[in-house]
Design a protein around this ligand. Structure first.
Ligand code: AMP
Length: 630
C-alpha cells in the first residue's frame, strides 16, 4: 500500500503528473491537453483543452453498468415520504427538467437560481443545469427575502426553480411569498419561475412568469436532452458565501477540475465503491450538499440519500433507522447535529443495526473532543473530522483512508490533503511557521488544487484582493482560519481570523447581520459578535445603540425592541442569522479614533478578559456590556 506521506509529496512535487493520473477517474469527451495552466497566478486553469460534463459523469456514465441501481433516495420525515430513483429514472427526470429549463429559455452559460427544500426535484434541477451547461446557484431554503434578493441581483438568473414550501419540525415554511418579495426587491427580474407544487402551501401565481413543474414535466416525459460537452474551465455553478463585507461572494467553480477532484476524493478520502450508499445530512444550499449529497456520491456510482427533516423527529433514532434500512456505508454530518443527538436518550443509538457504516465524517465547524468521543463510543465506527470551505469544494485537512489508514486524533481534522500546499504563516510578516505547534494563519500556496474556486463570480479583483492579498509579502491563499500543526502533521483549527462566525455549521458574516439590524428605524448603531455556545458552537450576539432610547427604560420596552429586531433579521436574512440576544447599550466600545473594539467586545461578551484597552475612548462602554452579559 502507498504511504500517505509519499502520495502527498507526489501531489505537490509532481503536480501535473499526479493530477493527470486523477483525471483518468472521470470520462472526458476530449482529453485535456494541459493539466494546469498557472501562467496567470492566482488564477488556475485545470485540464485545459479537455471537454466533459458533470451530469454525464454523475448520471449517464453509470447507465451501462448500474442503470437499475438506486441513485437517489429522497426521504422526508416532514411529509412522510420516501422516493427512490434508479440511475435510469434519474436520467429521465433530469432530462425532463433540462428540457423544461430549455423551454423556459435557459441556455449554456445562463444562471438558474435554485431555492428549494430537500426534495428530489432540487437534485434534478442541479443536474439539469450542468447537463446543458447552465450554472446553478443554489440558495439555502432557510434564507429569507433579503438574502435571496441580493443573490438574485448578483447572479442575474434567467430562471428560478423553487417550491411552494419547505417544512421544518412539522411546520410548513412557505417559500413562494419570500421568493416573490425577493424578486420585487431585486433590480434583476428573472424571466421565468418554475414552481414545484408539493401541496403544502397556497401560491400566488404571476401569469407569464410562473410555471408549474408538474404540467411542464408531463409535456417532456420522453425528453432526450444530450449532455453539452463543455470546456473543463466552463463554470459549473456559483454558490454564495459570507465574508467580512455585507455582500456575499459568489464562489465560482469550474467543471473538469471539480469533477476530477470529487472523483479523487471519493476514492482517496472516502474509500468509496460504486454500489455503496452515502448519507450526508447537510442541505443542498451548502457546499457539503453540492459535493457530497449530489455530485461526489453520484460520480462514484453510489446511492445517495437526501433527507428532509430533523435528526430528532419522529425520534432521535431516525438517522440510524435510515442507516439500517439502506445499509448506509458512508455518513457525513456536522458536529452540531451530533451535539443535538447527545442530549437525547442514548438508547436510540443502540436500537438499530449500524454495522454497515464504514465511518462517520463530520465537518463545517470545530469538532470538540467530548462530542467526538461520545459519538465514537456510541456508534463504534471511526469518526473522521474534515476541514474545508465553500471556496475549496472538498476537504483541505482530513485523513485519506483510501490511501492509507491513519489514526484519528480527536480535536484535529487531520493532515493536509493531497494537492493542498498548506502553510501556517505569521499574520503580520507572512513568514512560514515550520516548527510544531506554532499558531498562525492557515494559508494555501497556489495553484489551488482542482475543484477549488476559480474566482468570485464576475469579480476577479475581489477574488485576488480578498483571498490572496491578506498575508503580507506573498501571494498566498488565506483560509482566514487560525491553526497549528503538530510534529506529526496533524492540524488544529483555532477559529477565524476575520469577522465570520459559525452558527451550527452555518457560516455567517457579522456585517450582514449588522446591516440587517441597522436597517431597523430605531437602531443607530450595532455590533454583532459570535459567542461560544455549547450546542451550536457559536451564536450571534448583538449590541445596539437605539436612536431614541427614551422609551427603553423598562425590561418590557427593551424586550419589545429586541423582538422587533429579531423579527427583522428573520425576515431579511432568515432565522439562521437571528442573534441569540440583542442588548441595548448607550455607546459601543471604541478607540479614540472611533474604531470599534471588536475583539474586546467579543471577549467581554464571552466573559473573558478583554486584554489591552489603552486605546479605548470610554471605559464605561465596556463596563455596560459586562453588566449586561452578566
Ligand atoms: P463554509 O464555507 O460554510 O464551509 O465554512 C468554512 C469555515 O468553517 C472554515 O473556514 C472554518 O472556519 C469552519 N470549519 C469548517 N470545517 C471545520 C472543521 N472541521 N473544523 C474547524 N472548523 C471548520
Amino acid at each position: 500500500m502507498t504511504r500517505y506521506a509519499d502520495f502527498y509529496r507526489h501531489s505537490i512535487d509532481n503536480r501535473d503528473a499526479f493530477w493527470g493520473e486523477q483525471a483518468a477517474l472521470i470520462e472526458w469527451n476530449t482529453p485535456p491537453q494541459q493539466i494546469c495552466d498557472y501562467s496567470n497566478p492566482p488564477f488556475a486553469k485545470w485540464f485545459v483543452g479537455g471537454t466533459t460534463n458533470l451530469c454525464h459523469n454523475a448520471v449517464d456514465r453509470h447507465l451501462k453498468t448500474r442503470a437499475d441501481q438506486p441513485a437517489l433516495v429522497a426521504i422526508s420525515t416532514e411529509t412522510d415520504t420516501e422516493r427512490s430513483y434508479s440511475f435510469a429514472e434519474l436520467h429521465a427526470e433530469v432530462q425532463r427538467m433540462a428540457a423544461t429549463l430549455q423551454g423556459l429559455g435557459v441556455k449554456k452559460g445562463d444562471r438558474v437560481l435554485i431555492y428549494m427544500p430537500m426534495i428530489a426535484e432540487a437534485a434534478f434541477a442541479m443536474l439539469a443545469c450542468v447537463r446543458i451547461g447552465a450554472l446553478h446557484s443554489v440558495v439555502f431554503g432557510g434564507f429569507a427575502s433579503g438574502s435571496l434578493a441580493s443573490r438574485i441581483e448578483d447572479a442575474e438568473p434567467v430562471a428560478v426553480v423553487s417550491a411552494d414550501a419547505g417544512s421544518r419540525g412539522g411546520k410548513v415554511v412557505p417559500y413562494k411569498p419570500l421568493l416573490d418579495e425577493a424578486i420585487a426587491l431585486s433590480a434583476h427580474k428573472p424571466a421565468a419561475v418554475l414552481m414545484v407544487n408539493r401541496g403544502l402551501a397556497p401560491m400566488d401565481w404571476q401569469a407569464g412568469r410562473d410555471h408549474d413543474w408538474a404540467s411542464l414535466r408531463e409535456q417532456h416525459l420522453n425528453a432526450s436532452v444530450p449532455c453539452e460537452w463543455v470546456e473543463s474551465t466552463h463554470p459549473s455553478y456559483t454558490l454564495y458565501t459570507s465574508g467580512t463585507t455585507g455582500k456575499p461572494k459568489g464562489v465560482q467553480r469550474d467543471t473538469g477540475g471539480y469533477t476530477v477532484a470529487l472523483a479523487a476524493s471519493m476514492k482517496h478520502i472516502f474509500d468509496a465503491q460504486a454500489g455503496q450508499t452515502y448519507f450526508a445530512t447537510s442541505d443542498i444550499g451548502w457546499v457539503v450538499g453540492h459535493s457530497y449529497i449530489i455530485y461526489g456520491p453520484l460520480i462514484a456510482g453510489m446511492t445517495t440519500i437526501m433527507y428532509e427533516g430533523l435528526p430528532t423527529r419522529p425520534d432521535a433514532g431516525v438517522w440510524w433507522s435510515i442507516v439500517e434500512k439502506y445499509k448506509v456505508t458512508h455518513m457525513f454530518s456536522a458536529p452540531t447535529a451530533v451535539r443535538v443527538l447527545k442530549k437525547q436518550d442514548p438508547s436510540w443509538l443502540k436500537k438499530y443495526d449500524v454495522s454497515s457504516l464504514k465511518a462517520l465524517w463530520l465537518a463545517g465547524e470545530p469538532l470538540d473532543e467530548p462530542t467526538a468521543q461520545w459519538i465514537s463510543d456510541a456508534l463504534a465506527v471511526p469518526i473522521i473530522d474534515n476541514y474545508w470551505q465553500t471556496e475549496t469544494g472538498w476537504p483541505i485537512l482530513t485523513l485519506a483512508n483510501g490511501v492509507e489508514q491513519q489514526t484519528t486524533r480527536f480535536g484535529s481534522p487531520g493532515k493536509a490533503m493531497y494537492g493542498y500546499a498548506v502553510k501556517i504563516v505569521d499574520e503580520s510578516t507572512g513568514e512560514e511557521l515550520t516548527g510544531p505547534n506554532q499558531k498562525g494563519v492557515v494559508g494555501i500556496e497556489g495553484p489551488l488544487p482542482p475543484g477549488c474556486m476559480q474566482t468570485v463570480w464576475r469579480d476577479d479583483a475581489r477574488f485576488v484582493n480578498t483571498y490572496w492579498k491578506s498575508i503580507p509579502g506573498r501571494l498566498l491563499y488565506s483560509t482566514f482560519d487560525w491553526g497549528i500543526r503538530d510534529a506529526d502533521g496533524y492540524h488544529f483549527i483555532l477559529g477565524r481570523t476575520d469577522d465570520v462566525i459559525n452558527v451550527a455549521g452555518h457560516r455567517l458574516g457579522t456585517r450582514e447581520i449588522e446591516e440587517s439590524i441597522a436597517s431597523h428605524p430605531n437602531i443607530a448603531e450595532v455590533a454583532v459578535v459570535g459567542v461560544a455556545d455549547q450546542l451550536k458552537g457559536q451564536v450571534a450576539m448583538a449590541f445596539a445603540v437605539a436612536k431614541d432610547a427614551s422609551g427603553l427604560d423598562s425590561d418590557a420596552a427593551r424586550l419589545k425592541l429586541e423582538g422587533e429586531v429579531m423579527k427583522q433579521v428573520d425576515h431579511q436574512l432568515g432565522a439562521v442569522a437571528r442573534p441569540s440576544r440583542v442588548y441595548f447599550v448607550n455607546v459601543l466600545p471604541k478607540t479614540r479614533s472611533g474604531k470599534l473594539l471588536r475583539r474586546a467586545l467579543h471577549a467581554v461578551a464571552e466573559r473573558r478578559d478583554p486584554g489591552d484597552l489603552t486605546t479605548m475612548d470610554d471605559p464605561a462602554a465596556l463596563q455596560q456590556v459586562k453588566d449586561l452579559v452578566g
